[in-house]
Design a protein around this ligand. Structure first.
Ligand SMILES: Nc1ncnc2c1ncn2[C@@H]1O[C@H](COP(=O)(O)OP(=O)(O)OP(=O)(O)O)[C@@H](O)[C@H]1O
Ligand SMILES: [Mg+2]
Length: 531
């Protein structure tokens, strides 16, 4: 448990406990003081009541002996009356204030003390004899042993029997012939009062301690503990721990505060999670875009490279095309003049074959350089694929190749020259057949995809061939890159394909696993069919 009284100004519970504690102490003190005073007053009024009765009793007891002037008997009565414990003395004064009879014989004949209640209780000025309208008949004082004592007086009226008595000297107009005075010790009552005061003080102290402990516990349970949990929770949350929740089961204001705090943390966590998700999505998006930019940049460099190569190739092709036509034409003419089957005829066949091969290469070079004009029109993608597949599958090269078609039923139409797209398909099939060593499966899939919010036809040419080495992948679309023997491949097929795809506004990429196969993925932008 934290010491909340170390810095009470920082603790609600400490303030509450101190405030209620002070209130309890103040109220308890008032209660203690009032009760003590009340007890004192009650005891004093009882003492006065019994003291008054005692004085009246003394007066009545001595009445007869005084009427009959039996002084000895009067003196005896007073002495007897002073014997009980607590009675310190009984005296009878005459009307001039001289002790006529006293339980203490040595007091007889002494004058009354003018400052005592016996005198001042009735007279304003004891010398004049003027009587007070409300005579005071008692006073409290400290006796020689410092105990409380009560002095009581009672006037002896001048009765008719008294005034008429022959022995008596009191004239008829005299109202009072003397008074009885008694001194009673209140030492026992002092003791009782002291003990009661002590007990009351003990009760009040025990009450204050018990209530303070009880209040402390209640405060701890209801205020300190929940508030501490809340403040700990807030500290943890401020430190970044959004998993923390404050467990307070009560339904009071602190309970409501805790559940509001908990739901606030849940919202905060949700917001933080969402922020983290957004950040991650943003990072992924940035990475994707960066990759796209890099790809585009590589593509641009490639395109630029191909364009300059194409221009150069076109120039060379044009320059070689005419002499080559001449070589083939004149070779044919010479062959007609030779004897069929002769050595010369056979040599001329080789010349014609090689020249035609050169012509084919030149034709390819011209296609690559797009020196051959392309017709404007629309490509019905699935139709071209099917047509090309039908064309090639009867050729000897594809006798052991199995074609699998997985074409979408949607009509995929792109802008461009159908024969150019056919050339793409042809290149794909030829490369696949070569990679599979003329035996295996070719799968062609087509479907519609979205790219940059625009519809595209995606055509995937997959084979079960040798696959492509990792280091060859960046060079695939470069012109004259080939892994085939010199007389088998020119290395122009994929660069021509790349050129056509770019010309059609599309893209081409490759995915390959060495030893398992290759997939070329071609994308062409779709348009609304016009026919
Ligand atoms: N489907 C494929 N599987 C494995 N390798 C391939 C595939 N397609 C292309 N290649 C590789 O890419 C190279 C370049 O192909 P490209 O079509 O440009 O030229 P080529 O086939 O070698 O010659 P050409 O097509 O001019 O007769 C090939 O030599 C081959 O190594
Ligand atoms: Mg090829």
């Amino acid at each position: 448990m934290k010491n909340i009284f170390a810095n009470p100004e920082k603790s609600i519970a400490a303030k509450l406990i101190i405030a209620t504690g002070l209130l309890i102490v103040a109220l308890s003190f008032i209660f203690w003081f009032a009760t003590l005073k009340k007890q004192e007053n009650d005891i004093m009024s009882i003492a006065l009541k019994y003291g008054g009765s005692f004085v009246e009793f003394a007066k009545e007891s001595s009445r007869h002996s005084m009427l009959t002037q039996n002084n000895e008997q009067t003196q005896e009565i007073l002495e007897t009356l002073s014997t009980p414990e607590g009675v310190q003395g009984v005296r009878i004064f005459d009307h001039e204030g001289t002790v006529a009879f006293s339980s203490e014989k040595e007091d007889i004949g002494k004058p009354v003390n003018k400052d005592s209640i016996s005198c001042k209780g009735c007279h304003t000025d004891p010398g004049t004899g003027t009587l007070l309208p409300n005579a005071k008949s008692w006073s409290v004082y400290k006796d020689t042993e410092d105990a409380t004592a009560l002095k009581l007086i009672s006037q002896i009226p001048n009765e008719a029997s008294c005034a008429s008595s022959s022995c008596h000297l009191s004239p008829e107009h005299q109202k009072i012939i003397g008074f009885v005075e008694a001194d009673l010790s209140l030492a026992l009552l002092d003791e009782a009062l002291f003990k009661q005061g002590l007990a009351l003080t003990a009760y009040v102290v025990i009450f204050v301690i018990a209530v303070s402990i009880f209040l402390g516990i209640i405060n701890y349970k209801i205020v300190t503990n929940p508030v501490q949990k809340l403040s700990d929770g807030m500290e943890k949350v401020a430190g970044g721990d959004l998993e923390h929740s404050v467990k307070i089961d009560s339904i009071d204001e602190i309970g409501v505060l805790a559940s509001t705090f908990n739901s606030m943390i849940t919202d905060l966590k949700e917001a933080a999670d969402q922020k983290a998700r957004w950040t991650q999505t943003l990072e992924e998006e940035v990475a994707k875009k960066t990759e796209e930019i890099q790809r585009t940049q590589t593509g641009l460099i490639q395109t630029e490279k191909l364009a300059s190569l194409g221009r150069m190739a076109a120039g060379v092709a044009h320059a070689i095309n005419n002499p080559l036509t001449g070589v083939v034409t004149f070779s044919h003419l010479m062959k007609q003049r030779c004897e069929p089957g002769s050595d010369d005829a056979e040599d001329l066949d080789v010349i014609i074959e090689q020249a035609e091969r050169c012509a084919k290469i030149i034709k390819n070079l011209l296609t690559f350089a797009r020196a051959t004009p392309s017709e404007k029109g629309q490509i019905v993608v699935n139709n071209v694929i099917s047509k090309t597949m039908t064309l090639v599958k009867n050729q000897e090269k594809f006798h052991n190749v199995k074609f699998h078609m997985d074409l979408t039923k949607d009509q995929l139409v792109a802008n461009g020259d159908g024969t150019q797209f056919q050339q793409i398909c042809l290149n794909m099939f030829l490369n696949a057949a070569d990679a599979m060593k003329l035996r295996g499966d070719i799968t062609i899939k087509s479907h519609q995809v979205e790219e940059n919010g625009k519809p595209h036809a995606e055509i995937i040419f997959s084979d079960t061939g040798s696959g492509i080495k990792e280091e060859n992948l960046p060079k695939l679309f470069e012109p004259f890159f080939t892994t085939k023997p010199v007389d088998k491949g020119t290395g122009l097929g994929l660069s021509i394909t790349h050129g056509i795809v770019k010309h059609l506004g599309g893209s081409i990429r490759v995915e390959s696993t060495l030893g398992e196969g290759t997939s070329f993925i071609v994308r062409l932008p779709l348009v609304e069919p016009t026919v």
